[in-house]
Design a protein around this ligand. Structure first.
Ligand SMILES: C[S@@+](CC[C@H](N)C(=O)[O-])C[C@H]1O[C@@H](n2cnc3c(N)ncnc32)[C@H](O)[C@@H]1O
Length: 299
C-alpha cells in the first residue's frame, strides 16, 4: 500500500494523540467505524480519509463490487421518484421545476440522472440539483464528470461542500426532494442528518434514501456475505491498492440498521412513511426508504 493510501496509519496516529470527548455523564462518546468502536470525534476524519482515498477509483470500483448492479438501482431510484414538473400535467403554473438536494452526492451519479429524467421525461428545463458532500475530493470527481454532461455550466447543477448533519447554508422549507444514496451509513449522527433533512424540506417534500440493507433470504445472504467479506476488500486491494477502505465499506454495510429499524428512525425524525416505508432491491442487498414531511409540521 502506497503512503498516500495509508489513511489508517495517519488517523490511528491522530487517535492516539486525541483523548475522546466525554458525554455529559462523563463517559467517552463512541461510535462505530465499520466493526471498530472509536471516538465520535474521529469518525468524520476516518470516513473522510476513506473517501479521499477511493475518490479517483470510486466509479469503477462500484462497478466491480456490484457487478454493475448499482447502476440499475440508481436508475430505478430516480425513475421511481419521477423528478421534475411536467408543464403539460402540472396543476401549478407559477412554480418552475423542483429544487433537489442530493446529499453525499459524491461523484454526481444521482444528480445527473435526476436532471436527465426531469429534462427528457418531464420536459422540465428548470429543475435544479445541489450536490452536497463533505469530501472535497469526491466533489472534484463529480465536477470533472459534470463536464461530460449538458449541465456543466448550467445554473441547474451546483456542488457544495457540506456536512449532512449541519446544513446551515440551506434555508428551512426550501427543498422539494432530498436524496441520499449510499451515504447515510457513513454519517456519525444519522438522527441529526434526518432532522436536517426534515428542516430543509418544504411541507409535502420527500426524503428518499437508497442504501445497502439487510438481505431477506438466508441462503442468498450466505453467498452475499462471502462475496462482501471475501472478495470486495481483495478487489479493493488489487484494483485500487486500498484494502482498508473497502474493508470499511463492507463493515459499514453490515453495521447499518435493518429496513424496519431505519424506517422507524425516519418516522422519529417527524416524517410520514408511506406503506411499509421501504422497497427491497435485489433481495434486500439495497433498499429505498421514503418519508414525506407532513404539511402541518413546517418549522
Ligand atoms: C459511497 S459514497 C456515495 C456517493 C454517491 N451518492 C453514489 O451513490 O455513488 C458516500 C459519500 O458520502 C459522503 N459523506 C460521508 N459522510 C458525510 C457527511 N457527514 N455529510 C455529507 N457527505 C458525507 C462521502 O464523502 C461520500 O462521497
Amino acid at each position: 500500500m502506497g503512503e498516500s493510501r495509508c489513511f489508517s496509519c495517519s488517523v490511528r496516529q491522530a487517535q492516539q494523540q486525541t483523548p475522546p470527548p466525554k458525554s455529559p455523564q462523563g463517559r467517552p462518546q463512541t461510535t462505530h467505524f465499520g466493526f471498530e468502536t472509536i471516538s465520535e470525534a474521529l469518525k468524520e476524519q476516518r470516513v473522510g480519509a476513506v473517501f479521499s482515498s477511493v475518490a479517483s477509483s470510486y466509479d469503477s470500483m462500484n462497478d466491480f463490487m456490484s457487478l454493475g448492479i448499482h447502476r440499475l438501482w440508481k436508475d430505478h431510484f430516480v425513475r421511481n421518484l419521477n423528478p421534475g414538473r411536467n408543464p403539460l400535467t402540472s396543476s401549478s403554473s407559477q412554480e418552475q421545476g423542483w429544487n433537489i438536494l442530493d446529499i453525499a452526492g459524491g461523484t454526481g451519479d444521482i444528480a445527473f440522472r435526476m436532471l436527465d429524467h426531469a429534462s427528457t421525461i418531464n420536459h422540465d428545463a428548470h429543475t435544479k440539483v445541489t450536490v452536497a458532500d463533505i469530501n472535497p475530493e469526491m466533489l472534484t470527481e463529480g465536477k470533472k464528470r459534470a463536464l461530460q454532461t449538458p449541465y456543466a455550466r448550467s445554473p441547474r447543477l451546483k456542488f457544495v461542500e457540506a456536512n449532512a448533519e449541519k446544513l446551515d447554508m440551506i434555508p428551512s422549507n426550501s427543498i422539494d426532494l432530498y436524496t441520499v444514496a449510499f451515504g447515510i451509513r457513513n454519517f456519525t449522527h444519522k438522527e441529526a442528518a434526518l432532522k436536517e433533512a426534515f428542516r430543509v424540506l418544504k411541507p409535502g417534500g420527500v426524503f428518499a434514501c437508497l442504501e445497502f440493507s439487510k438481505v431477506n433470504n438466508p441462503l442468498f445472504d450466505a453467498v452475499y456475505q462471502r462475496w462482501s467479506f471475501g472478495a470486495i476488500p481483495l478487489i479493493g486491494q488489487l484494483v485500487a491498492g486500498d484494502r482498508d477502505s473497502y474493508q470499511y465499506l463492507v463493515e459499514s454495510i453490515a453495521r447499518f440498521p435493518s429496513q424496519t429499524e431505519f424506517s422507524d428512525m425516519i418516522k422519529d425524525a417527524g416524517f410520514l412513511v408511506p406503506g411499509k416505508g421501504y422497497e427491497d432491491l435485489t433481495n434486500g442487498i439495497a433498499a429505498i426508504h421514503k418519508g414525506v414531511k407532513p404539511a402541518e409540521k413546517s418549522l
